[in-house]
Every structure is written in structure tokens, then in C-alpha cells.
Design a protein around this ligand. Structure first.
Ligand SMILES: Nc1ncnc2c1ncn2[C@@H]1O[C@H](COP(=O)(O)OP(=O)(O)OP(=O)(O)O)[C@@H](O)[C@H]1O
Ligand SMILES: [Mg+2]
Length: 353
């Protein structure tokens, strides 16, 4: 069985089959008839150009939707996201990494706070055969059947933990994470997820999902820009601008370095105080893992505010991929070797579904 891992985040959809990983913005768009699809000079990456038909509906996905669709759908509302966005985003990712009719085991995750409410519906949406049609830049149609035999859903931040403690064969390499009490802070675009794994046992008390993701900070930047320029900027158009430190709107350049620093330090302060409150009784945590794309973006502001030994993402790697890489290793652990040892809940039940 092939192993495929998909992390459908509110900001970015991430997927890997271990030999290849892809990332695209979690945006769906209405497909339109385009005369020139690729780059004006030469080809652009196929991962930026996903045109897919699912259940008879045709979508542009990711950067293609951002650039080309008149009607775009990007949501930070969880009910809408899980009902309408998750399946097309996940299948678009699968279509890039899976062969037709290949039996596949899928590992995916949910924020801790949404785990109980959405686990069943995620499995239902993704398990089984999915007939899709991909249209390439040149207009060639390719039919494929994505065959998902089994779906496992795990709490998202465990992905980063598995990534740290397992190797590419799904074997436990870094034993310290197995024997220690680990706190994980996963800052994403919408959510921040906090969890504690005490010698591989999940602690409900120390786990929580809040809405203190990077979009909070982007929202404040967007409203300042709106005041100054009169233009309403969609939040997903700010990633590059914030990274660059400036944005050009209708020919006028606005500095973003100062405002970003201010809102990021404000966001880091609220995350740090959430951590303080949530882990009051867990003063014996050995190591704190700071992960997620937002974790890396806030690291500089967050690290001085958190007491404890912090492991941040390796700066040479894309921090957004930590969870999905761990999902894949967990899948390998589960399906290639036949023995599974997921974190157990206090009542001894497996949390992984
Ligand atoms: N190369 C990059 N391009 C864009 N954003 C990046 C990059 N590197 C880090 N980031 C940061 O990563 C954040 C998104 O992180 P991530 O992909 O973990 O969120 P998500 O999983 O989609 O959100 P959630 O967990 O709330 O569902 C962005 O808001 C940005 O601050
Ligand atoms: Mg995430």
C-alpha cells in the first residue's frame, strides 16, 4: 500500500509521499476558460497550476485560483472549511502525488479542538475511490482514480512530534522524545494548537486549540492598509508582502516592517500567556517544540516569552511541512511494520483513529 500524508491547513495545503512534497494555498476557485495558461515566458510549475474536476465540478486550486478565478473561496470558518473545502483540497494534493488505482493509506490530521467534531466526516469525505480529471496547462485531460483504502486522522501537532522522533522508515530514532514530557506549540494561519505528550501519553488537560494564528496579525495589517489605501486586501495576498516587508497598492508603496513587528509581538504575547495558563500544572515539561509555519514566523518574538527548553524548526527546512512529514512517518510506522504505538489517552484508548 502506498502511503500518503496530507495536512489541509486553513492557510496552506501540504502533502507528501516522502519522495515528493507539495504546498499550495488553500484556495478554491471557479474554473474559467483561459487562453494562455502557463507563464508568459516558459513553463510555470505544475504544482501552481491545479485544474481539477471532482464529483462533476471543475475547480482551479491554490495559486491558480488566486490568479485566475473570478470567484474565489478562501475561508477561516471551520464548518465551511470541513464541509466544502477539505475534500477538493485534499484530492487536488493526492492527484499530484498518487497514481491511478494505487491502493493508498492516507494519514491526515485535525486541530485538537475540532478532532471529535470532524473526525468522522473527514474519513467519510476521503475514504474510497475518487474519480478525478486533471487538465494540464496545454489543455490535455487526464482521468485518474484516487484509491484511498484507509484513512487515519491524528491530532495535528502530533505530526511534528512524530517527525522529530521517527526516521524515514517509521522507526523510533530520537528516543528522548519517547521518554520525556513534551509540550508542542503549533502556530498555523488560523489556529494555534497546544498539546502535551508525557512519555507518549496524550494529556487532554494540556491540550487546546485557539484562534491565535497568523491571520489575526494579518487581519490587523489589512485593516491598517484599508484605512490608508481604501483597498480591501484578502489575507492570503499578504504572505509575500509581509515576508518582503512592503506592499505596493495602486503604484504606492507601503512599509510593512514596522506594522508586522508590532502585530507579531502582540500575537506572540497572547500565545505566551495562553501557554502560561494552559500549562500551569505542567511545570515539569522537559522540552517545548515550536512548530507550524506561524511558529517559525513568530519564533523571534515568542522564544524570549516562553520559559523552558525550546526546540524550533530547523531553519533550512520549510516549517509548514513539519506536521505532514510526521504524518507520513507515522503512516510508515503503522502500515509497513504492522505495529502501531500512537500516543495513548489517559484512559488507555488510542487517540489516533
Ligand atoms: N515560505 C512561506 N510562504 C508563506 N508563508 C510562510 C512561509 N514560511 C512560513 N510561513 C508562515 O507560515 C504560516 C502558515 O503556516 P501553516 O502552513 O503551518 O498554517 P496552516 O497549517 O495552513 O494553518 P492552520 O494550522 O491554522 O490550519 C503563514 O501565515 C506564514 O506566516
Ligand atoms: Mg496547521
Amino acid at each position: 500500500m502506498e502511503i500518503l500524508a496530507i495536512d489541509t491547513g486553513f492557510g496552506f495545503t501540504k502533502a507528501t509521499n516522502n519522495s515528493k512534497s507539495i504546498i499550495f494555498k488553500s484556495i478554491l476557485g471557479e474554473s474559467t476558460d483561459i487562453q494562455f495558461k502557463g507563464g508568459i515566458l516558459g513553463e510555470s510549475s505544475p504544482d501552481e497550476n491545479i485544474h481539477i474536476e471532482i464529483d462533476g465540478q471543475s475547480y482551479f486550486i491554490g495559486e491558480m485560483a488566486e490568479r485566475q478565478s473570478n470567484v474565489r473561496s478562501f475561508t477561516l470558518d471551520q464548518a465551511q472549511f470541513f464541509a466544502a473545502h477539505l475534500k477538493p483540497l485534499a484530492l487536488a494534493a493526492a492527484s499530484r502525488l498518487s497514481g491511478s488505482f494505487l491502493p493508498t493509506g492516507l494519514i491526515t490530521g485535525l486541530p485538537i479542538g475540532y478532532f471529535r467534531a470532524y473526525r468522522e466526516s473527514v474519513i467519510k469525505a476521503l475514504q474510497g475511490d475518487h474519480k478525478i480529471v486533471l487538465t494540464s496547462l496545454s489543455g490535455k485531460r487526464e482521468e485518474k482514480t484516487i484509491r484511498i483504502n484507509e484513512v487515519k486522522v491524528i491530532p495535528q501537532p502530533f505530526g511534528s512530534l512524530f517527525n522529530l522522533m521517527m526516521n524515514d522508515l517509521g522507526e523510533l530514532g530520537e528516543k528522548k522524545y519517547v521518554h520525556e514530557k513534551i509540550g508542542i506549540i503549533d502556530v498555523g494561519f488560523k489556529t494555534s494548537d497546544f498539546t502535551v505528550a508525557d512519555k507518549m501519553r496524550y494529556s487532554e488537560r494540556g491540550s487546546k486549540t485557539t484562534d491565535t494564528g497568523i491571520s489575526k496579525a494579518f487581519g490587523m495589517i489589512a485593516s491598517k492598509l484599508h484605512e490608508k489605501s481604501g483597498v480591501n486586501i484578502e489575507l492570503y495576498r499578504l504572505y509575500d508582502a509581509v515576508d518582503k516587508g512592503s506592499i505596493k497598492i495602486k503604484g504606492k508603496e507601503y512599509d510593512l516592517k514596522g506594522p508586522t513587528d508590532a502585530v507579531f509581538s502582540q500575537l506572540a504575547a497572547s500565545i505566551a500567556s495562553e501557554v502560561d495558563r494552559l500549562w500551569t500544572d505542567d511545570w515539569d515539561i522537559d522540552t517545548i517544540v515550536l512548530t507550524g509555519g506561524g511558529g517559525a514566523a513568530l519564533a523571534k518574538h515568542l522564544q524570549p516569552l516562553i520559559n523552558g527548553q525550546i526546540v524550533a524548526v530547523d531553519p533550512g527546512k520549510d516549517p509548514r511541512l513539519c506536521n505532514v512529514k510526521g504524518y507520513w512517518k507515522y503512516g510508515k510506522h503503522l502500515w509497513s511494520r504492522g505495529v502501531a504505538t500512537p500516543p495513548t489517552q489517559d484512559n488507555g484508548e488510542s487517540t489516533a483513529g
